[in-house]
Design a protein around this ligand. Structure first.
Ligand code: NI
Length: 154
């Protein structure tokens, strides 16, 4: 983390009013924290869209386990890409529905490809991939953000 610097930002009064309303609705106590989060969100989005950047994330998906073979296909895909899957958590939501959450880690493009394959499976009803990087990784260039070889333990 760097040193704290104070900056002045000139904003149109209407825009500032909307910003303050948005802040209030989202539970921010002060403008500085809200600005920091918005800036980080933009920078994280930019980083994770770079195909070679190493990212972490989650894939959340809902499926009907009665749909023929879907559970097995989900497991097969995860084994095929085991280097990207850190862990999997499963909840039996009701008689039919399963919720599965994967923690994923690897190059952005590979993580996206795996998520697309999982979400496209017949029987998977809805899901989403969320990718992010720790704040420290934002300071390093995308390709060098995570250089040590896998597999590893932190
Ligand atoms: Ni289940």
């Amino acid at each position: 983390m760097g040193i704290l610097r104070r900056i002045g930002v000139a904003l149109d009064s209407d825009l500032l009013k909307q910003f303050d309303q948005w802040m209030g609705k989202n539970g921010y106590a002060n403008r500085s924290e809200a600005f920091r989060d918005l800036i980080r969100d933009r920078l994280v989005g930019e980083r994770t869209s770079s195909p070679n950047a190493v990212v972490v994330g989650t894939v959340t998906l809902i499926y009907d386990h009665h749909e023929h073979g879907v559970g097995e296909k989900l497991t097969d895909l995860q084994h095929e890409h085991h280097e990207l899957v850190v862990s999997t958590s499963h909840a039996h939501l009701d008689h039919d529905s399963c919720l599965e959450v994967l923690i994923v880690h690897g190059k952005s493009a590979a993580v996206e490809e795996l998520a697309s394959k999982l979400l496209a499976l017949k029987g998977v009803q809805h899901g989403r991939l969320v990718m992010t990087v720790p704040a420290q990784a934002l300071a390093a260039p995308a390709e060098k953000a995570h250089k040590h070889p896998h597999p590893h333990k932190h």
